[in-house]
Design a binder for this molecule. Structure first.
Ligand code: PRP
Length: 176
């Protein structure tokens, strides 16, 4: 086990199998259309590329970079776009790709912002959904796994920018 990790939560094989299932559901939903996947940097990059490889409709990709910061009381949820999309999404079928939806604040902000740009449709696909930490409701259309309240790294998710490259998802050791 790599230093700092407690145990493996989901293996590479489990993740791959589930991503194939979700990609099949996405394919079914967007059959006959061209789909634009929008990845939220940086965590979603690994999931986006894995998912896109198994989607059977024409796919375009673009990326958004965001900065999140707490307010004066230390509460989460203030988000701004630090790196915008390269292209317009007007009249396109857009699927926002996240590695994790947690409080929902980031996703809600992004949905509101992107909805204002006139897409034909706008949905969410996430690798992990941690609904126990939700503060605002967001319509997560496709999710691979629901997880409980623990710190998970790997497959794009980091701790201090490390562990993103792990091909599996692991639980981080609690701080001593
Ligand atoms: C993660 C994730 C979402 C956000 C979800 O990003 O990719 O964008 O947090 O949290 P929320 O539901 O509580 O708003 P993070 O800030 O860790 O950036 P990263 O993808 O670069 O690691």
């Amino acid at each position: 086990m790599i230093e700092g990790l407690e145990r493996i939560l989901l293996t590479e094989e489990q993740i791959d199998e589930r991503i194939r299932e979700v990609a099949a559901a996405v394919t079914e939903r967007y059959r006959g259309r061209t789909l634009k996947l929008i990845g939220v940097l940086k965590g979603s990059v690994f999931f986006l590329t894995a998912l896109a490889r198994h989607i059977q409709v024409p796919v375009k990709i673009d990326f958004l970079g965001i900065s999140s910061f707490g307010n004066r009381n230390g509460a989460p949820g203030l988000v701004r776009i630090a790196r915008d999309l390269d292209d317009t999404i007007e009249s396109e079928d857009v699927l926002l790709v996240e590695d994790i939806v947690d409080t929902g604040l980031t996703t809600r902000y992004l949905l509101q912002t992107l909805a204002g740009r006139g897409p034909h449709s706008l949905g969410i696909v996430t690798l992990l959904d941690r609904t126990c930490r939700r503060i605002v409701e967001v319509p997560v259309e496709f999710r691979c796994f629901e997880i409980d309240d623990r710190f998970v790294v790997g497959f794009g998710l980091d701790h201090k920018q490390l562990y993103r490259n792990l091909p599996y998802l692991a639980v981080l050791k609690p701080p001593v």
